[in-house]
Design a protein around this ligand. Sequence first.
Ligand SMILES: NC(=O)C1=CN([C@@H]2O[C@H](COP(=O)(O)OP(=O)(O)OC[C@H]3O[C@@H](n4cnc5c(N)ncnc54)[C@H](OP(=O)(O)O)[C@@H]3O)[C@@H](O)[C@H]2O)C=CC1
Ligand SMILES: CC(=O)N[C@@H](CCC(=O)OP(=O)(O)O)C(=O)O
Length: 336
Amino acid sequence: MARVAIIGASGYTGLELLRLFARHPGMEVTALVTRQTDAPYVADVHPSLRGAFDLRLEALSLAEIGERADYAFACLPHAASAALIAQLLDAGLKVVDLSADYRLTSREVYEQWYKVTHPDPDRIGKVAYGLPELYRSRIRESELVANPGCYPTSAILALAPLLKAGLVSAEGIIVDSKSGVSGAGRDPKPAFHFPECNESFAAYGVGTHRHMPEIDQVLTDAAGQGVEVLFTPHLVPMDRGILSTSYATLADGVDQNKLMDALRDFYRDEPFVQVIDGLPATKHVAGTNNCHITARVARGRAVVVSVIDNLIKGAAGAAVQNFNLMSGQDETLGLT
Ligand SMILES: NC(=O)C1=CN([C@@H]2O[C@H](COP(=O)(O)OP(=O)(O)OC[C@H]3O[C@@H](n4cnc5c(N)ncnc54)[C@H](OP(=O)(O)O)[C@@H]3O)[C@@H](O)[C@H]2O)C=CC1
Ligand SMILES: CC(=O)N[C@@H](CCC(=O)OP(=O)(O)O)C(=O)O
């Protein structure tokens, strides 16, 4: 039985991991790690878990985490995450990193977009990107997996099959995304607080959001040529969910049936991606590890609409999917 530590367990992704682990038969939660020194019970930090886990969050040392766990889920802000993960790996743990620290393959690109010095630069570019639909076999063999960003998950799942099949041009792709507020974590900036964002709808990070180079990197790999998307995120006053609408120029002779057939072929055996005829909505995937995708042709362009739950397929669910692969278990355990 795999012994699991959650680092940063007081946050939103920590809560979602615990919800999923409550139904997971192939692991045991043995450590919940916090910076808080009063060792609160998990049900006091996350009241919705009352009755599910009789555990405390503890300010454990690295040695204590190493004694108690074989796997760690790092649910920390970027930079803080890599600083700890380097030590966890040295202590022999396998790690799923929910932060952005190991997703980008270039130190220069990371430091340019995240505006911090990378704490573990030697590992950059050597870590599996944790999107099983694209990188399953590499994830299976990995000791450290970089869980994707929530916006990138929604955009990449929509566009990668079409780029791989050459059905859309690599140039001029636009990704327009909307996210619920939990995407900003449990202790967000003032703009994400209820009175600021309720009954309002706003774009942010236009041209500057750090998920843009992440989407570029993975779609470039899928297309086999350079892709630079124009990505704009928006904040929607709802708890959870992401909807991305992606626009791309069609290759010659491509119609809607070809787009839909390519998506269906690519995801035929995938447990968590459903290609649907109707238009998706965030509510249809809320609380699940699913991604719903559909494609249309409008005004001569491909319009691909995709939805995920940012906290599940965009974070904790993907992390469990990756853990299942890394630990040699059924990929769907705890997720269906
Ligand atoms: N929310 C989302 O939808 C998604 C989040 N992510 C990423 O996953 C990671 C976790 O996100 P989320 O759970 O939402 O974040 P939260 O802010 O909700 O929780 C993060 C936890 O990390 C601990 N923490 C905060 N700052 C530090 C620090 N400097 N050093 C050590 N520990 C710290 C805190 O725990 P304590 O105070 O108890 O120590 C905090 O509760 C982030 O990197 C985020 O960007 C990725 C995809 C989606
Ligand atoms: C609504 C909202 O604020 N969303 C977050 C994205 C969450 C995420 O995936 O962040 P990481 O790449 O750091 O893991 C943001 O725009 O920064």
